[in-house]
Design a protein around this ligand. Structure first.
Ligand code: ZN
Length: 365
């Protein structure tokens, strides 16, 4: 493979830099005969990060291997090189055999209760077995566990917590003892308060976060992945439930109506916010840029990109090839280039001009 030279402005630092890629690694020493990659004046990042994504999942449950690979490639072509997989029904560690695919930080399987989540997605247990299941998934995943915190209870007709507060506390403590972080799916107000009080590390969706919970999240450093594109579907969910579950429908409409206010209050208070597309269930893959565009309304373009790139990477504990002072000599060459500055036009984020993984150029869309 011939060596490449890259002349670019690095983000987030904004420093114009020149470096080389040889044998899949970054070099700051000039390599004779290197071929230029990309254009002069381009912008380069470590790749996008989707903090809430499901590779190996479709609306009907698990997918076959070919489909999981296709999902991973769709993310890669959109410039996503790191994913926190927020729950899949099967173990996808076999994807690591292909070094050209995005890196995945797995949460193991979603944990829920019978009839209290989407069919075919979760491992279903009753509260007395939650701690044991959390321990099992902590060992199966890559340092994260995902528990469904609330969902509609059809016998009540409302969103209610799946687990009593003492069980939540025991579950979070069990994961932390094993060195795993915990995240929870929450739409309503009640469950998120229990999970944050128990020391959960991250909240998915978070439409029911209230002012006292925000205070506690700031004190504890709890993050939120608001999946704003996904929560745009709440009125549709409400409509589908209207006839049989009018109180649930009203809850969903209310949470939807104040979601900008809710997540805006999190941002204002200093809660760490990360970008997640929620691709793989109902949402298509390769769409994290759409989430960044929503987040930019609250964070501004620079921090919104950071929530889907450098800040998310640091939060996940997965350093890339770019650090505060430039490119890292000898780092694996996983990089994404943009012709225009994505900070001045977020639409650019969805169309990288090149994607390099392990030093190899990959197809863009
Ligand atoms: Zn999800």
């Amino acid at each position: 493979m011939s060596a490449r030279r890259i002349r670019a402005t690095l983000l987030p630092s904004g420093e114009p830099t020149e470096f080389w890629v040889v044998d899949g690694r970054i070099s700051t020493t000039p390599i004779a005969g290197a071929v230029d990659l990309g254009t002069h004046g381009q912008y380069v990042i470590d790749g996008l990060v989707d903090a809430h994504c499901h590779i190996g999942l479709s609306a009907d449950g698990p997918v076959d291997r070919a489909t999981a690979i296709a999902q991973a490639k769709t993310e890669r072509s959109a410039g996503v090189l790191l994913v926190r997989d927020c729950g899949v029904p099967t173990d996808t560690h076999w994807l690591e055999d292909d070094r050209s695919l995005p890196r995945i930080v797995r949460c193991g399987r979603h944990i829920a209760r019978a009839k209290r989540y989407i069919r075919n997605f979760a491992v279903e247990v009753e509260p007395e077995d939650l701690v044991a299941e959390v321990e099992r998934q902590a060992r199966a995943g890559d340092g994260w566990v995902k528990v469904v915190g609330d969902w509609i209870d059809r016998t009540v007709g409302e969103i209610t917590p799946l687990w009593p507060a003492d069980v939540v506390a025991a579950a979070v403590a069990a994961a932390h003892r094993l060195g795993a972080r915990v995240t929870t799916h929450v739409f309503g107000e009640e469950a998120v308060a229990d999970w944050v009080a128990a020391g959960v590390d991250c909240v998915e969706h978070g439409t029911g976060i209230t002012a006292p919970v925000i205070e506690e999240m700031v004190a504890r450093g709890t993050a939120v992945v608001p999946t704003l594109v996904q929560t745009e579907n709440f009125p549709t969910f409400a409509e589908q439930g209207q006839a049989r579950f009018p109180r649930y429908a009203a809850q969903m409409r209310d949470l939807h109506a104040r979601r900008w206010e809710t997540i805006g209050a999190c941002v204002e208070a200093g809660v760490p916010v990360m970008a997640g597309s929620d691709a793989g269930g109902l949402r298509p893959h390769g769409t994290v840029a759409e989430e960044v565009i929503r987040l930019s309304r609250l964070l501004g373009p620079d921090r919104a990109i950071g929530a889907a790139a450098w800040r998310a990477r640091t939060w996940l504990g997965t350093p890339g090839a770019i650090d505060g002072s430039g490119v890292v000599e000898g780092a694996r060459a996983d990089l994404v280039g943009f012709t225009q500055d994505p900070r001045t036009d977020l639409v650019e984020l969805a169309r990288p001009s090149w994607v390099l993984v392990d030093g190899h150029e990959q197809p863009t869309r």
